[in-house]
Design a protein around this ligand. Structure first.
Ligand code: ADP
Ligand code: MG
Length: 240
């Protein structure tokens, strides 16, 4: 589904990604873990062409992301992304936020979009909040609206970049439950996260990044119980 091969990225003279490779199969849930500044966000932003790579190759469903002729909007419909900051439209209700892109971008039929938006809000457990504005919702509820909004485009892959990092502890769980259900239903998911228990439970595979390289990758049990690299051990020692 996604193949990352020896990807390099520099901002000016600063090398942020120094040759990262990764394979993601359909239906897999991949967690990317690593210290702040190690290039996690940059890597997943490259996957939906929010960041151009300097060297190497990324293909999504066999399409080269770095191809200058690539239709970036089409790619981003296939690869949904949810950020730490949910960026909902404050003057639109939850339902309207979920409906906007399918109507404005995909030009879909309003009635069908509305039905699907209701179903998506139900899926993220927000039935009853359809007509609330973002300011009337908790952080966790807003983040779930953001997830529903992304799903409204019917993506094949979902990227989550520290989506619970800004939330109150009591609302983190409800967002993780939603993501977990998505992963269990077979959505291909890439998650940058610091939620280690979640990563252990949900991930098929874990990648550990440090200073622009992938230091090691392994299935969760192996990664947490028997980390091979000293940098991984140090990191896990600090946070577990
Ligand atoms: P992480 O998500 O692992 O915390 P990032 O991918 O956000 O790391 O950033 C990796 C490094 O690249 C950081 O040192 C950051 O300051 C730098 N960086 C990220 N985006 C830019 C940018 N647009 N311009 C310059 N430097 C950037
Ligand atoms: Mg980041």
């Amino acid at each position: 589904m996604i193949r990352v091969k020896d990807v390099h990225k520099s901002f000016g003279s600063f090398q942020v990604l120094k040759g990262m490779s990764m394979d993601v199969k359909k239906g897999e849930a991949i967690c990317i873990i690593g210290p702040s500044g190690s290039g996690k966000s940059t890597l997943i932003r490259c996957m939906n062409a929010l960041v151009d790579i300097t060297e190497g190759s990324i293909t999504v469903e066999n399409q080269e992301v770095n191809d200058p002729n690539l239709d970036k909007l089409k790619l981003r419909r296939k690869v949904g992304m949810v950020f730490q900051q949910y960026n909902l439209f404050p003057h639109k209700t939850a339902l309207q936020n979920v409906m906007m892109a399918p109507i404005n971008v995909l030009k879909q039929d309003k009635k069908e979009v509305e039905e699907r938006a209701h179903a998506l809000l139900k899926k993220v457990r927000l039935t009853g909040k359809e007509n609330n504005y973002p300011g009337e919702l908790s952080g966790g509820q807003q983040q779930r609206v953001a997830i529903a909004r992304s799903l409204a485009m019917r993506p094949d892959i979902m990227l989550f970049d520290e989506v619970t990092a800004a939330l109150d502890p009591e609302t983190v769980k409800e967002v993780l439950v939603t993501i977990r259900e998505l992963a269990e239903e077979g959505m291909t998911c890439l998650l940058v996260t610091h939620e280690m228990k979640f990563a252990r439970d949900v991930a098929d595979h874990i990648y550990f990044t440090d200073k622009g390289v992938i230091v090691e990758h392994a299935p969760p049990e192996e990664f947490f119980d028997n980390p091979k690299d000293e940098r991984t051990r140090t990191f896990l020692g600090q946070i577990l």
